[in-house]
Design a protein around this ligand. Structure first.
Ligand code: ADP
Length: 500
Protein backbone atom coordinates (compact mmCIF):
# COMPACT_ATOMS: atom_id res chain seq x y z
CA UNK A 1 0.00 0.00 0.00
CA UNK A 2 1.44 3.38 -0.97
CA UNK A 3 1.86 6.14 1.57
CA UNK A 4 -0.71 8.25 -0.20
CA UNK A 5 -3.38 5.53 0.06
CA UNK A 6 -2.63 5.07 3.76
CA UNK A 7 -3.17 8.75 4.43
CA UNK A 8 -6.42 8.66 2.50
CA UNK A 9 -7.63 5.71 4.56
CA UNK A 10 -6.96 7.51 7.81
CA UNK A 11 -9.22 10.34 6.74
CA UNK A 12 -12.12 7.98 6.09
CA UNK A 13 -15.20 9.66 7.57
CA UNK A 14 -16.82 7.87 10.52
CA UNK A 15 -20.29 9.26 9.88
CA UNK A 16 -21.87 11.06 6.92
CA UNK A 17 -21.51 14.34 8.80
CA UNK A 18 -18.01 13.81 10.10
CA UNK A 19 -15.08 14.89 7.95
CA UNK A 20 -12.30 13.32 9.99
CA UNK A 21 -11.80 10.12 11.88
CA UNK A 22 -10.36 11.96 14.85
CA UNK A 23 -9.90 8.88 16.97
CA UNK A 24 -7.30 7.35 14.68
CA UNK A 25 -5.77 10.58 13.35
CA UNK A 26 -4.87 11.94 16.77
CA UNK A 27 -3.34 9.18 18.75
CA UNK A 28 -1.08 10.39 21.52
CA UNK A 29 1.74 8.40 23.03
CA UNK A 30 1.17 7.93 26.73
CA UNK A 31 2.66 10.53 29.09
CA UNK A 32 2.34 8.99 32.54
CA UNK A 33 2.83 11.07 35.65
CA UNK A 34 5.37 9.53 38.04
CA UNK A 35 3.22 8.27 40.90
CA UNK A 36 6.17 7.99 43.26
CA UNK A 37 5.64 11.68 44.09
CA UNK A 38 2.94 10.56 46.45
CA UNK A 39 4.06 8.64 49.46
CA UNK A 40 1.12 6.56 50.61
CA UNK A 41 0.96 4.80 53.94
CA UNK A 42 -0.85 1.49 54.36
CA UNK A 43 -3.11 2.95 57.01
CA UNK A 44 -4.41 6.38 57.99
CA UNK A 45 -5.61 7.29 61.48
CA UNK A 46 -7.88 10.08 62.74
CA UNK A 47 -6.47 13.56 63.30
CA UNK A 48 -7.77 14.78 66.65
CA UNK A 49 -6.30 17.42 68.94
CA UNK A 50 -3.15 17.70 66.84
CA UNK A 51 -2.37 13.99 66.89
CA UNK A 52 -2.91 10.98 64.68
CA UNK A 53 -4.87 8.47 66.75
CA UNK A 54 -6.46 5.08 66.18
CA UNK A 55 -10.25 4.94 65.97
CA UNK A 56 -11.91 3.90 69.24
CA UNK A 57 -13.45 0.70 67.82
CA UNK A 58 -10.32 -0.13 65.79
CA UNK A 59 -12.29 -0.32 62.56
CA UNK A 60 -10.90 0.66 59.14
CA UNK A 61 -12.31 0.76 55.62
CA UNK A 62 -10.55 0.59 52.27
CA UNK A 63 -9.90 3.43 49.87
CA UNK A 64 -9.68 2.22 46.26
CA UNK A 65 -8.13 3.64 43.12
CA UNK A 66 -11.19 3.76 40.82
CA UNK A 67 -9.01 3.54 37.71
CA UNK A 68 -7.48 0.21 38.73
CA UNK A 69 -9.92 -1.02 41.41
CA UNK A 70 -6.85 -1.67 43.59
CA UNK A 71 -6.75 -0.83 47.27
CA UNK A 72 -4.63 2.22 48.12
CA UNK A 73 -4.85 2.37 51.92
CA UNK A 74 -6.94 1.57 54.98
CA UNK A 75 -8.79 4.53 56.46
CA UNK A 76 -9.92 4.84 60.08
CA UNK A 77 -13.66 4.75 60.74
CA UNK A 78 -14.63 7.34 63.33
CA UNK A 79 -17.35 6.40 65.80
CA UNK A 80 -19.60 8.59 67.93
CA UNK A 81 -16.92 8.52 70.63
CA UNK A 82 -14.25 9.71 68.20
CA UNK A 83 -16.45 12.50 66.87
CA UNK A 84 -17.17 13.53 70.45
CA UNK A 85 -13.44 13.67 71.20
CA UNK A 86 -12.86 15.75 68.09
CA UNK A 87 -15.63 18.19 69.06
CA UNK A 88 -14.23 18.45 72.62
CA UNK A 89 -10.78 19.23 71.21
CA UNK A 90 -12.25 21.84 68.87
CA UNK A 91 -14.24 23.43 71.72
CA UNK A 92 -11.19 23.54 73.98
CA UNK A 93 -9.11 25.16 71.22
CA UNK A 94 -11.89 27.64 70.45
CA UNK A 95 -12.19 28.74 74.04
CA UNK A 96 -8.46 28.62 74.67
CA UNK A 97 -5.47 29.62 72.62
CA UNK A 98 -7.21 30.17 69.30
CA UNK A 99 -9.62 32.82 70.54
CA UNK A 100 -6.84 34.79 72.19
CA UNK A 101 -4.68 35.26 69.10
CA UNK A 102 -5.15 38.19 66.75
CA UNK A 103 -6.43 38.14 63.19
CA UNK A 104 -2.90 38.92 62.04
CA UNK A 105 -1.60 35.78 63.73
CA UNK A 106 -4.40 33.68 62.24
CA UNK A 107 -3.44 35.07 58.84
CA UNK A 108 0.14 33.89 59.31
CA UNK A 109 -1.05 30.31 59.85
CA UNK A 110 -3.24 30.50 56.75
CA UNK A 111 -0.40 31.89 54.63
CA UNK A 112 1.87 29.16 55.94
CA UNK A 113 -0.66 26.46 55.04
CA UNK A 114 -1.11 28.00 51.57
CA UNK A 115 2.64 27.96 50.92
CA UNK A 116 3.01 24.39 52.18
CA UNK A 117 0.23 23.31 49.82
CA UNK A 118 2.13 24.93 46.96
CA UNK A 119 5.34 23.20 48.00
CA UNK A 120 3.60 19.81 48.08
CA UNK A 121 1.35 20.50 45.12
CA UNK A 122 2.59 17.73 42.83
CA UNK A 123 2.29 15.14 45.57
CA UNK A 124 -1.24 16.31 46.44
CA UNK A 125 -2.27 16.31 42.77
CA UNK A 126 -1.02 12.76 42.24
CA UNK A 127 -2.83 11.55 45.34
CA UNK A 128 -6.06 13.32 44.40
CA UNK A 129 -5.95 11.64 41.01
CA UNK A 130 -5.11 8.17 42.38
CA UNK A 131 -7.79 8.29 45.04
CA UNK A 132 -10.58 9.96 43.08
CA UNK A 133 -10.02 9.15 39.40
CA UNK A 134 -9.80 12.69 38.04
CA UNK A 135 -7.26 13.43 35.28
CA UNK A 136 -3.87 14.57 36.59
CA UNK A 137 -4.11 17.57 34.29
CA UNK A 138 -7.13 18.77 36.27
CA UNK A 139 -5.83 18.01 39.76
CA UNK A 140 -2.47 19.60 38.86
CA UNK A 141 -3.76 22.67 36.99
CA UNK A 142 -7.14 23.33 38.60
CA UNK A 143 -7.78 21.64 41.96
CA UNK A 144 -4.52 22.16 43.82
CA UNK A 145 -3.77 25.72 42.58
CA UNK A 146 -7.30 26.70 43.63
CA UNK A 147 -6.80 25.07 47.03
CA UNK A 148 -3.73 27.24 47.65
CA UNK A 149 -5.53 30.29 46.23
CA UNK A 150 -8.36 29.86 48.74
CA UNK A 151 -5.97 29.79 51.67
CA UNK A 152 -4.10 32.84 50.34
CA UNK A 153 -7.35 34.71 49.74
CA UNK A 154 -8.84 34.08 53.18
CA UNK A 155 -5.48 34.70 54.85
CA UNK A 156 -5.83 38.21 53.48
CA UNK A 157 -9.18 38.66 55.21
CA UNK A 158 -8.22 37.29 58.63
CA UNK A 159 -7.00 40.63 60.01
CA UNK A 160 -9.45 42.79 58.03
CA UNK A 161 -12.82 41.38 59.01
CA UNK A 162 -14.12 44.73 60.26
CA UNK A 163 -13.69 46.08 56.70
CA UNK A 164 -15.84 43.26 55.35
CA UNK A 165 -18.63 44.26 57.74
CA UNK A 166 -18.28 48.04 58.14
CA UNK A 167 -19.69 49.45 61.36
CA UNK A 168 -20.32 46.01 62.81
CA UNK A 169 -18.34 43.63 64.97
CA UNK A 170 -17.89 40.21 63.40
CA UNK A 171 -17.29 37.37 65.83
CA UNK A 172 -16.51 33.70 65.16
CA UNK A 173 -19.41 31.25 65.42
CA UNK A 174 -17.53 28.54 67.36
CA UNK A 175 -17.05 24.88 66.47
CA UNK A 176 -17.90 24.16 62.84
CA UNK A 177 -18.80 20.66 61.63
CA UNK A 178 -17.92 20.33 57.96
CA UNK A 179 -18.88 17.46 55.70
CA UNK A 180 -17.53 17.35 52.18
CA UNK A 181 -18.03 15.25 49.02
CA UNK A 182 -15.70 13.24 46.81
CA UNK A 183 -15.70 15.22 43.57
CA UNK A 184 -13.18 17.93 44.60
CA UNK A 185 -11.85 16.50 47.88
CA UNK A 186 -9.09 18.95 48.78
CA UNK A 187 -10.76 21.92 47.11
CA UNK A 188 -13.98 21.42 49.09
CA UNK A 189 -11.86 21.14 52.23
CA UNK A 190 -10.24 24.48 51.36
CA UNK A 191 -13.62 26.12 50.63
CA UNK A 192 -14.70 25.13 54.12
CA UNK A 193 -11.60 25.34 56.30
CA UNK A 194 -10.00 28.55 54.94
CA UNK A 195 -12.90 30.95 55.73
CA UNK A 196 -13.68 29.15 59.00
CA UNK A 197 -10.13 29.71 60.28
CA UNK A 198 -9.89 33.24 58.91
CA UNK A 199 -12.94 34.15 61.00
CA UNK A 200 -11.54 32.50 64.15
CA UNK A 201 -13.59 29.28 64.30
CA UNK A 202 -12.39 25.76 64.97
CA UNK A 203 -13.25 22.77 62.82
CA UNK A 204 -14.24 19.12 62.80
CA UNK A 205 -14.18 18.01 59.16
CA UNK A 206 -15.17 14.75 57.54
CA UNK A 207 -14.02 13.95 54.01
CA UNK A 208 -16.08 11.62 51.80
CA UNK A 209 -15.38 7.94 52.37
CA UNK A 210 -14.00 7.30 48.86
CA UNK A 211 -11.55 10.22 48.96
CA UNK A 212 -9.99 10.67 52.40
CA UNK A 213 -6.32 10.64 51.43
CA UNK A 214 -5.62 14.28 50.61
CA UNK A 215 -7.49 15.35 53.74
CA UNK A 216 -5.07 13.20 55.76
CA UNK A 217 -2.12 14.77 53.92
CA UNK A 218 -3.65 18.12 54.78
CA UNK A 219 -3.68 17.03 58.44
CA UNK A 220 0.09 16.51 58.17
CA UNK A 221 0.40 20.04 56.76
CA UNK A 222 -1.66 21.43 59.64
CA UNK A 223 0.57 19.64 62.13
CA UNK A 224 3.76 20.80 60.38
CA UNK A 225 2.43 24.37 60.20
CA UNK A 226 2.28 24.35 64.00
CA UNK A 227 -1.42 25.22 64.23
CA UNK A 228 -2.56 24.98 67.87
CA UNK A 229 -3.90 21.50 68.75
CA UNK A 230 -7.64 21.07 68.23
CA UNK A 231 -8.15 23.97 65.82
CA UNK A 232 -8.56 21.50 62.95
CA UNK A 233 -9.69 17.93 63.52
CA UNK A 234 -10.26 15.47 60.70
CA UNK A 235 -12.42 12.43 61.24
CA UNK A 236 -12.85 9.88 58.47
CA UNK A 237 -15.81 7.60 57.90
CA UNK A 238 -19.01 7.20 55.90
CA UNK A 239 -22.51 8.67 56.27
CA UNK A 240 -22.88 7.50 59.88
CA UNK A 241 -19.82 9.49 60.93
CA UNK A 242 -21.28 12.50 59.10
CA UNK A 243 -24.55 12.05 60.98
CA UNK A 244 -22.65 11.98 64.31
CA UNK A 245 -21.22 15.39 63.44
CA UNK A 246 -24.58 16.79 62.36
CA UNK A 247 -26.30 15.59 65.53
CA UNK A 248 -23.57 16.54 67.99
CA UNK A 249 -24.97 18.98 70.56
CA UNK A 250 -21.81 21.05 70.93
CA UNK A 251 -21.41 21.96 67.27
CA UNK A 252 -22.43 25.53 66.38
CA UNK A 253 -22.54 25.34 62.62
CA UNK A 254 -22.82 22.69 59.93
CA UNK A 255 -21.35 23.27 56.49
CA UNK A 256 -22.24 20.54 54.03
CA UNK A 257 -21.56 19.93 50.36
CA UNK A 258 -23.11 16.84 48.82
CA UNK A 259 -26.30 15.36 47.49
CA UNK A 260 -29.69 17.02 47.84
CA UNK A 261 -31.01 13.90 49.59
CA UNK A 262 -28.45 14.07 52.38
CA UNK A 263 -28.88 17.87 52.46
CA UNK A 264 -32.56 17.35 53.24
CA UNK A 265 -31.72 14.90 56.04
CA UNK A 266 -29.30 17.44 57.53
CA UNK A 267 -31.79 20.29 57.28
CA UNK A 268 -34.34 18.21 59.18
CA UNK A 269 -31.75 17.23 61.79
CA UNK A 270 -30.75 20.81 62.56
CA UNK A 271 -34.30 22.21 62.47
CA UNK A 272 -35.29 23.34 65.95
CA UNK A 273 -31.68 23.55 67.16
CA UNK A 274 -29.65 26.74 67.25
CA UNK A 275 -27.09 25.33 64.80
CA UNK A 276 -26.41 27.48 61.77
CA UNK A 277 -26.01 25.75 58.44
CA UNK A 278 -24.93 26.21 54.87
CA UNK A 279 -25.79 23.54 52.31
CA UNK A 280 -24.32 23.29 48.84
CA UNK A 281 -26.27 20.57 47.06
CA UNK A 282 -27.03 19.20 43.61
CA UNK A 283 -27.53 20.89 40.28
CA UNK A 284 -28.74 20.43 36.73
CA UNK A 285 -27.10 23.37 34.96
CA UNK A 286 -28.49 24.68 31.67
CA UNK A 287 -26.22 25.75 28.80
CA UNK A 288 -28.04 28.10 26.45
CA UNK A 289 -26.55 28.68 22.99
CA UNK A 290 -28.08 31.38 20.82
CA UNK A 291 -27.69 31.32 17.06
CA UNK A 292 -25.47 34.42 17.17
CA UNK A 293 -22.96 32.69 19.47
CA UNK A 294 -19.37 31.97 18.46
CA UNK A 295 -20.10 28.30 17.80
CA UNK A 296 -16.62 26.79 18.19
CA UNK A 297 -16.11 28.64 21.46
CA UNK A 298 -19.53 27.47 22.64
CA UNK A 299 -18.72 23.84 21.77
CA UNK A 300 -15.49 24.06 23.81
CA UNK A 301 -17.53 25.58 26.63
CA UNK A 302 -20.00 22.68 26.58
CA UNK A 303 -17.18 20.13 26.62
CA UNK A 304 -15.69 21.84 29.66
CA UNK A 305 -19.10 22.25 31.29
CA UNK A 306 -20.09 18.58 31.24
CA UNK A 307 -17.01 16.39 30.75
CA UNK A 308 -14.69 18.21 33.19
CA UNK A 309 -14.03 15.87 36.14
CA UNK A 310 -16.18 13.15 34.45
CA UNK A 311 -19.22 15.33 35.05
CA UNK A 312 -18.79 14.89 38.83
CA UNK A 313 -19.44 18.58 39.32
CA UNK A 314 -22.47 19.91 41.18
CA UNK A 315 -22.55 22.95 38.89
CA UNK A 316 -21.92 20.88 35.72
CA UNK A 317 -23.76 22.11 32.64
CA UNK A 318 -25.67 18.92 31.94
CA UNK A 319 -28.58 20.30 29.88
CA UNK A 320 -27.73 21.89 26.56
CA UNK A 321 -30.34 24.18 25.01
CA UNK A 322 -29.47 25.28 21.54
CA UNK A 323 -31.40 27.69 19.32
CA UNK A 324 -33.01 25.87 16.41
CA UNK A 325 -31.13 27.67 13.64
CA UNK A 326 -27.74 26.35 14.80
CA UNK A 327 -28.83 23.10 16.44
CA UNK A 328 -27.68 20.73 13.69
CA UNK A 329 -24.33 22.48 13.40
CA UNK A 330 -23.71 22.49 17.16
CA UNK A 331 -24.68 18.84 17.59
CA UNK A 332 -22.45 17.79 14.69
CA UNK A 333 -19.48 19.76 16.03
CA UNK A 334 -20.12 18.44 19.51
CA UNK A 335 -20.11 14.83 18.32
CA UNK A 336 -16.88 15.42 16.41
CA UNK A 337 -15.29 17.00 19.48
CA UNK A 338 -16.47 14.11 21.65
CA UNK A 339 -14.46 11.75 19.45
CA UNK A 340 -11.25 13.63 20.29
CA UNK A 341 -11.61 13.27 24.06
CA UNK A 342 -9.10 10.85 25.52
CA UNK A 343 -10.66 8.63 28.15
CA UNK A 344 -8.45 6.47 30.32
CA UNK A 345 -5.62 6.39 32.85
CA UNK A 346 -6.13 9.48 35.04
CA UNK A 347 -2.40 9.62 35.73
CA UNK A 348 -1.67 10.07 32.02
CA UNK A 349 -1.09 13.75 31.27
CA UNK A 350 -2.98 13.45 27.97
CA UNK A 351 -6.16 12.10 29.54
CA UNK A 352 -9.22 14.33 29.25
CA UNK A 353 -11.77 12.15 31.03
CA UNK A 354 -10.67 9.93 33.90
CA UNK A 355 -12.37 7.26 36.00
CA UNK A 356 -15.80 7.43 37.61
CA UNK A 357 -15.14 7.94 41.32
CA UNK A 358 -16.55 4.68 42.68
CA UNK A 359 -18.35 1.51 41.71
CA UNK A 360 -21.52 2.91 43.24
CA UNK A 361 -21.40 6.04 41.09
CA UNK A 362 -20.46 3.95 38.05
CA UNK A 363 -23.65 1.93 38.55
CA UNK A 364 -25.71 5.09 39.08
CA UNK A 365 -24.51 6.68 35.84
CA UNK A 366 -25.03 3.45 33.89
CA UNK A 367 -28.53 3.21 35.31
CA UNK A 368 -29.29 6.68 33.95
CA UNK A 369 -27.95 5.67 30.52
CA UNK A 370 -30.53 2.86 30.54
CA UNK A 371 -33.24 5.22 31.77
CA UNK A 372 -32.49 7.64 28.91
CA UNK A 373 -32.78 4.90 26.30
CA UNK A 374 -35.99 3.59 27.89
CA UNK A 375 -37.42 7.12 27.83
CA UNK A 376 -36.95 7.12 24.05
CA UNK A 377 -33.97 9.49 23.77
CA UNK A 378 -31.25 8.92 21.16
CA UNK A 379 -27.92 8.08 22.78
CA UNK A 380 -24.55 9.02 21.28
CA UNK A 381 -21.30 7.90 22.88
CA UNK A 382 -17.78 8.57 21.69
CA UNK A 383 -16.19 5.55 20.08
CA UNK A 384 -12.95 5.76 22.04
CA UNK A 385 -11.47 2.68 23.65
CA UNK A 386 -11.64 2.50 27.43
CA UNK A 387 -9.58 0.39 29.85
CA UNK A 388 -11.04 -2.99 30.79
CA UNK A 389 -10.20 -2.55 34.45
CA UNK A 390 -11.62 0.35 36.45
CA UNK A 391 -14.79 2.42 36.29
CA UNK A 392 -14.86 4.22 32.95
CA UNK A 393 -17.80 5.61 30.99
CA UNK A 394 -17.60 7.07 27.49
CA UNK A 395 -18.60 10.71 27.11
CA UNK A 396 -22.29 10.56 26.26
CA UNK A 397 -24.97 12.84 24.89
CA UNK A 398 -28.69 12.31 24.48
CA UNK A 399 -30.72 14.03 21.77
CA UNK A 400 -34.48 13.79 21.23
CA UNK A 401 -35.25 14.36 24.91
CA UNK A 402 -38.32 15.89 26.55
CA UNK A 403 -38.33 18.37 29.42
CA UNK A 404 -40.16 15.84 31.60
CA UNK A 405 -37.60 13.05 31.04
CA UNK A 406 -35.79 11.87 34.15
CA UNK A 407 -32.43 12.38 32.40
CA UNK A 408 -33.38 16.07 31.98
CA UNK A 409 -34.77 16.57 35.48
CA UNK A 410 -32.48 14.50 37.73
CA UNK A 411 -28.83 15.04 38.55
CA UNK A 412 -26.75 12.24 36.97
CA UNK A 413 -23.33 13.41 38.19
CA UNK A 414 -21.54 11.77 35.28
CA UNK A 415 -20.32 12.53 31.73
CA UNK A 416 -23.83 12.70 30.30
CA UNK A 417 -25.35 15.65 28.45
CA UNK A 418 -28.93 16.08 27.25
CA UNK A 419 -29.64 18.27 24.22
CA UNK A 420 -32.82 20.26 23.67
CA UNK A 421 -33.66 23.05 21.23
CA UNK A 422 -35.51 26.35 21.62
CA UNK A 423 -36.80 29.17 19.41
CA UNK A 424 -37.02 32.25 21.67
CA UNK A 425 -35.10 33.49 24.70
CA UNK A 426 -38.25 33.16 26.82
CA UNK A 427 -38.61 29.52 25.88
CA UNK A 428 -34.96 28.92 26.81
CA UNK A 429 -35.47 30.65 30.18
CA UNK A 430 -38.57 28.62 30.89
CA UNK A 431 -36.82 25.34 30.09
CA UNK A 432 -33.64 26.32 31.93
CA UNK A 433 -35.59 27.11 35.10
CA UNK A 434 -37.81 24.05 34.91
CA UNK A 435 -35.96 21.67 37.26
CA UNK A 436 -35.86 21.46 41.06
CA UNK A 437 -32.30 22.83 40.99
CA UNK A 438 -30.70 26.25 40.56
CA UNK A 439 -26.95 26.13 41.03
CA UNK A 440 -25.30 27.27 37.81
CA UNK A 441 -25.99 27.94 34.15
CA UNK A 442 -24.26 29.32 31.09
CA UNK A 443 -25.15 31.41 28.09
CA UNK A 444 -23.35 31.85 24.76
CA UNK A 445 -24.25 34.80 22.57
CA UNK A 446 -22.67 37.71 20.75
CA UNK A 447 -25.06 40.22 22.36
CA UNK A 448 -24.44 41.79 25.76
CA UNK A 449 -28.13 42.56 26.12
CA UNK A 450 -29.00 38.87 25.84
CA UNK A 451 -26.39 38.03 28.45
CA UNK A 452 -28.03 40.51 30.85
CA UNK A 453 -31.50 39.21 30.10
CA UNK A 454 -30.49 35.58 30.61
CA UNK A 455 -28.30 36.38 33.61
CA UNK A 456 -31.14 38.03 35.45
CA UNK A 457 -33.80 35.51 34.39
CA UNK A 458 -32.12 32.18 34.93
CA UNK A 459 -32.68 31.14 38.52
CA UNK A 460 -29.22 29.92 39.38
CA UNK A 461 -26.58 31.09 41.81
CA UNK A 462 -24.00 31.44 39.05
CA UNK A 463 -24.54 32.37 35.40
CA UNK A 464 -21.41 32.16 33.26
CA UNK A 465 -21.36 34.06 29.97
CA UNK A 466 -19.46 32.68 26.96
CA UNK A 467 -17.51 30.42 29.29
CA UNK A 468 -18.15 27.83 32.00
CA UNK A 469 -16.72 26.32 35.18
CA UNK A 470 -14.53 29.30 35.98
CA UNK A 471 -13.74 29.43 39.68
CA UNK A 472 -12.05 32.05 41.79
CA UNK A 473 -11.83 32.41 45.58
CA UNK A 474 -13.21 35.93 45.35
CA UNK A 475 -16.54 34.87 43.78
CA UNK A 476 -19.43 33.68 45.89
CA UNK A 477 -20.98 30.33 44.98
CA UNK A 478 -24.26 28.73 46.02
CA UNK A 479 -27.70 27.76 44.87
CA UNK A 480 -31.40 28.47 44.63
CA UNK A 481 -34.19 25.97 45.30
CA UNK A 482 -32.97 22.42 45.97
CA UNK A 483 -29.40 23.40 45.17
CA UNK A 484 -28.87 24.67 48.67
CA UNK A 485 -28.79 27.41 51.26
CA UNK A 486 -26.09 30.04 51.82
CA UNK A 487 -23.06 31.15 49.85
CA UNK A 488 -19.42 30.13 49.99
CA UNK A 489 -16.45 32.03 48.58
CA UNK A 490 -15.60 35.71 48.47
CA UNK A 491 -16.85 38.10 51.12
CA UNK A 492 -20.14 36.21 51.25
CA UNK A 493 -18.14 33.24 52.49
CA UNK A 494 -17.01 35.27 55.52
CA UNK A 495 -20.61 35.95 56.51
CA UNK A 496 -21.21 32.20 56.73
CA UNK A 497 -18.54 31.91 59.44
CA UNK A 498 -19.24 34.98 61.56
CA UNK A 499 -21.83 36.23 64.02
CA UNK A 500 -22.55 39.89 63.39
P1 ADP B 1 -22.72 12.03 46.93
O1 ADP B 1 -23.98 11.83 46.22
O2 ADP B 1 -21.88 13.12 46.40
O3 ADP B 1 -22.01 10.76 47.32
P2 ADP B 1 -23.48 12.34 49.65
O4 ADP B 1 -24.39 13.42 50.02
O5 ADP B 1 -23.94 10.93 49.77
O6 ADP B 1 -23.07 12.74 48.21
O7 ADP B 1 -22.10 12.48 50.40
C1 ADP B 1 -21.50 13.71 50.71
C2 ADP B 1 -20.92 13.61 52.10
O8 ADP B 1 -21.98 13.44 53.03
C3 ADP B 1 -19.98 12.44 52.31
O9 ADP B 1 -18.91 12.88 53.12
C4 ADP B 1 -20.85 11.43 53.03
O10 ADP B 1 -20.12 10.52 53.83
C5 ADP B 1 -21.71 12.34 53.89
N1 ADP B 1 -22.99 11.77 54.35
C6 ADP B 1 -23.72 10.78 53.79
N2 ADP B 1 -24.84 10.54 54.49
C7 ADP B 1 -24.85 11.41 55.54
C8 ADP B 1 -25.73 11.70 56.63
N3 ADP B 1 -26.87 11.03 56.80
N4 ADP B 1 -25.40 12.68 57.49
C9 ADP B 1 -24.26 13.39 57.34
N5 ADP B 1 -23.38 13.17 56.35
C10 ADP B 1 -23.65 12.20 55.45
Amino acid sequence: MSEATETKDIYKPTSPNSKLDFASVWEYASAPQDASFAEVKDRYELFINGEFIEPSKGRYFKSLNPATEEEIADIAEATQEDVDNAVKAARKAFEGEWSSISGKERAKYLYRIARMIQERSRELAVLETMDGGKPIRESRDVDIPLVAAHFFYYAGWADKLEYAFPGRTPEPIGVCGQIIPWNFPLLMLAWKIAPALACGNTVVLKPAETTSLTAMKFAEIVRDAGLPAGVINIVTGAGQTGAEIVNHKDIDKIAFTGSTNVGKIIRKAVAGTDKRYTLELGGKGALVIFDDAPIDQAVEGIINAIYFNQGHVCCAGSRLMVQEGVADKVIRKLKDRLETLIVGDPLDKNTDVGAINSQQQYETVNKYLEVGVEEGADIYQSKCSIPEQGFFIRPTLFTNVAQSNRIVQEEIFGPVLTVQTFRTADEAIQKANNTPYGLASGVWTDKGSKIFKMGSSMRSGVVWANTYNKFDPTSPFGGYKESGVGREGGMHGLAAYTKI
